[in-house]
Design a protein around this ligand. Structure first.
Ligand code: NDP
Ligand code: HSE
Length: 448
């Protein structure tokens, strides 16, 4: 198709909502790359306003202060494309709905909002015949929404497995490589602009769960919301867990897993399991080498096989890159006609309860060091139909006074794959055995 001369189309008005870590970089790149963007779109992109909470606050020198406004509602009424990088549920939802109602295409990086109430936005955009794009909402700069939504539209996705939160990956990586405490590493991640305004969303797994919900919805053509995701954050991961992981040839990663299970429902229909939790990953697995704030997502599809997407999952400029890609797509539709994909929920698969997830456990125990104890523990696992893959007895744990606790043995048990419900019941049974002094830690094992 011949390029549309830039001069032949009036400029497209872009409104930017938010001028924080991401918004600042979006504004900078819109100005710096104005000529290239105009050539790619076929019209100039004119930034007509930047809505913020406090227009008098200090800003990056790249920001044209004359564009700042505290009246976001008025700004969205005078734009062709509205970019929302405010975050949170309100006023972001209201502003996006207003923008859509006014006929603007919208681009958002707001996974929290999409995972909570995406369908309302998708429907509004569909009714209004405008685009809604959200590549930056999952895994920052990594193109993953478009590949799952468009490139794999001719395939059947079976599983999505990934590291989708930069902050927690940074924190776990720092704990592993420098011995830094969790709190110190979170502070560093905040200073580097990776963390959400409230880092609870990162460390408690809400951010990753929101991304998992978005990816699962796209991958399985089924509505999956934040409440459907079984979620555990990293706050319970200790320095001791990290050190033990290394001793057993693993690293700890916060994983998001969404998988299709054939015949998994009571009626024998397929179901979808979506979960986020810390897990032991073998050091030989590619995910173990995803360092710092980087993200990586594996997608398994029936015909395509395994695909891996890797890159920067957080930070201003990387996220702005994904936002601008969406702006260009929406802008091209304004110039050339056409529309991006709509929500696809035709499969309407059942969402499986957390107890139905299949996983493996590594359980660390302190037990009385005497004959027959291992047999009792093995019996408890067998009674719940859980098969043992390996047992290690790595040495006597240290007593609190620094000496050796007499008569106490440490056991590290790794199970084969079993339903989460069976594994949880097994750990409870083992904890109740007379010779078991403490269940020191229970971690899932993935990627083996
Ligand atoms: P920041 O907290 O850095 O910036 C938020 C911006 O929104 C600020 O400019 C703030 O104004 C403005 N704002 C807040 N409330 C209002 C309001 N009521 N009206 C108008 N403006 C308002 O957030 P981030 O840039 O880090 O994140 C933005 C979005 O991008 C979030 O949805 C986040 O999840 C997502 N995202 C962030 C990534 C990252 O690495 N940071 C990566 C991927 C996605 P003021 O400056 O005056 O306070
Ligand atoms: N706080 C998020 C993270 C930003 O750490 O991954 C990217 O969504």
């Amino acid at each position: 198709m011949p390029a549309v001369p830039v001069e032949s189309h009036p400029p497209l008005r872009v409104a930017l909502l938010g001028c924080g870590v991401v918004g600042t970089q979006v504004a900078r790149l819109l100005a710096q790359q104005a000529d290239d963007l105009a050539s790619r779109v076929g019209a100039r992109l004119e930034l007509v306003g930047i809505a913020v909470r406090d227009a008098s606050a200090p800003r990056d020198p790249a920001i044209d202060r004359s564009l700042l406004t505290e009246d976001a509602a008025a700004l969205v009424e005078r734009a062709d494309i509205v970019v929302e990088v405010v975050g949170g549920i309100e006023p972001a939802r209201d502003l996006l709905l207003r923008a859509i109602g006014a006929g603007a295409a919208v681009v958002t990086a707001n996974k929290a909002l999409l995972a909570e109430d995406g369908p309302t936005l998708y429907k509004a955009a569909d009714d209004a015949g405008v685009d809604i794009y959200f590549e930056a909402a999952v895994a920052g700069a990594i193109p993953i929404v478009r590949p799952v939504r468009e490139s794999l539209a001719g395939d059947h996705v079976r599983r999505v497995l990934g590291i989708v939160n930069g902050t927690t990956n940074y924190v776990l990586d720092q704990m592993t490589t420098t011995g830094m405490s969790l709190e110190e590493a979170v502070k560093e991640a905040q200073d580097l602009g990776y963390a959400e305004a409230d880092p609870t969303a990162d460390v408690e797994g809400y951010d990753a769960a929101a991304k998992a919900a978005i990816l699962a919805s796209l991958a399985f053509h089924t509505r999956v919301s934040l409440d459907d995701v079984a979620r555990e954050g990293i706050m319970s991961v200790t320095a001791d867990d990290v050190a033990w992981a290394a001793q057993t040839g693993h690293v700890i990663k916060l994983l998001a897993i969404a998988e299709l299970r054939d015949g998994a429902t009571a009626a024998g229909a397929a179901g979808v399991s979506v979960r986020v939790h810390p897990a032991l990953v073998p050091t030989s697995h590619p995910l173990a080498n995803v360092r710092g704030s980087f993200n990586a997502v594996f997608v398994e599809a029936e015909s395509a096989g395994e695909l891996m997407f890797y890159g920067r999952g957080a930070g201003g400029a990387p996220t702005a890159s994904a936002v601008l890609g969406d702006v260009v797509s929406a802008a091209r539709h304004r110039v050339l006609g056409g529309k991006g994909p709509q929500e696809s929920t035709y499969a309407e698969l059942a969402i499986l309860p957390p107890s139905a997830a299949l996983t493996r456990y590594q359980v660390r125990l302190e037990v009385d060091d005497r004959p027959g104890v291992l047999a009792q523990v093995a019996q408890a696992l067998a009674a719940h139909g859980v098969s043992i893959e390996a047992v290690r007895q790595p040495g006597t744990p240290e007593a609190p006074d620094g000496g050796q606790a007499a008569g106490v043995a440490q056991l590290v048990i790794t199970t084969h794959t079993a339903p989460e419900s069976a594994l949880a019941a097994t750990v409870e049974a083992v904890a109740g055995l007379e010779p078991v002094r403490t269940v020191t830690s229970v971690l899932r094992v993935e990627g083996a």
